[in-house]
Design a protein around this ligand. Structure first.
Ligand SMILES: [Zn+2]
Length: 243
């Protein structure tokens, strides 16, 4: 699809659903109004290639994403995940599908397994479903035959809420925390591990480890949105002030 097709894809997605209110600004009409759709297109990542969180996790394999997570896109992600706007599954699933295509580097998507990062049991109880699994299923439908979805990753042990932890805490909290419940579904397969938002990279790093441990042939990473708050400029390893 690429960045240029993003606005068209979102417009097509918006036309398929009954009008209600824009999930980002509340304006009556389409689920994402034209003004907010333009804003989503403006937030398309400047690179078609892999991105990294900052600081970059050790042995980070690269992750493809479609748009920056800020402003309108952050509001859409929150409305979908923790609000009552599951009707955003189509436009957000299309953003994820675009990132998966980039992960496949232009190859036709055939015999690819999309694996969503797992939700914690507490989050599943709270929400009643798994938003990332829904996004992965919609992305697979957009990508067409040959792309399967299997939610095989499980939290193997209890973990603290990632939201309150710094990067080192997130990595330690998740290290060894996931396992593939049915390794036979993964063994020898080309997998793309998918999530809605790339933040520290800790969740994707652990999920990839678990899939490779279960025998996956290859595991690429793809997300719909990438947090913009970790900038390399802020984190450059130079001493502050004159010496
Ligand atoms: Zn709007």
């Amino acid at each position: 699809m690429g960045v240029t097709g993003l606005g068209r894809a979102l417009a097509a997605a918006g036309d398929l659903v009954l009008p209600r209110a824009c999930a980002a600004c509340g304006r009556p009409g389409a689920i994402i109004c034209p003004r907010c759709r333009d804003e989503v297109s403006r937030l398309a990542l400047p690179t078609l290639g892999p991105v990294a969180p900052y600081p970059v996790p050790v042995a980070w394999p690269g992750c493809t994403g479609t748009v920056s997570y800020e402003g309108v896109t952050a509001r859409l992600a929150r409305a979908f995940k923790d609000g009552d706007r599951r009707d955003l599954v189509d436009p957000l699933g299309r953003l994820l599908a675009d990132a998966v295509l980039r992960a496949l580097a232009g190859e036709a998507p055939g015999d690819v397994l999309l694996v969503p990062v797992p939700s914690s049991p507490a989050a599943i109880r709270r929400r009643g479903d798994q938003p990332t699994l829904l996004l992965a299923r919609r992305a697979a439908r957009v990508l067409g035959p040959g792309v399967d979805v299997r939610g095989v990753l499980r939290m193997a042990r209890g973990t603290a809420d990632q939201a309150g932890l710094d990067r080192a805490g997130r990595l330690a909290n998740l290290s060894g925390a996931m396992r593939a419940s049915r390794p036979s579904l993964v063994r020898g397969r080309r997998c793309v591990l998918v999530d809605d938002v790339l933040t520290s990279g800790a969740t994707l790093t652990e999920g990839r480890r678990a899939l490779l441990c279960a025998g996956a042939d290859r595991v690429d990473l793809a997300v719909a949105m990438v947090t913009a708050r970790r900038t390399a400029v802020r984190g450059l390893p130079f001493p502050s002030g004159p010496d």
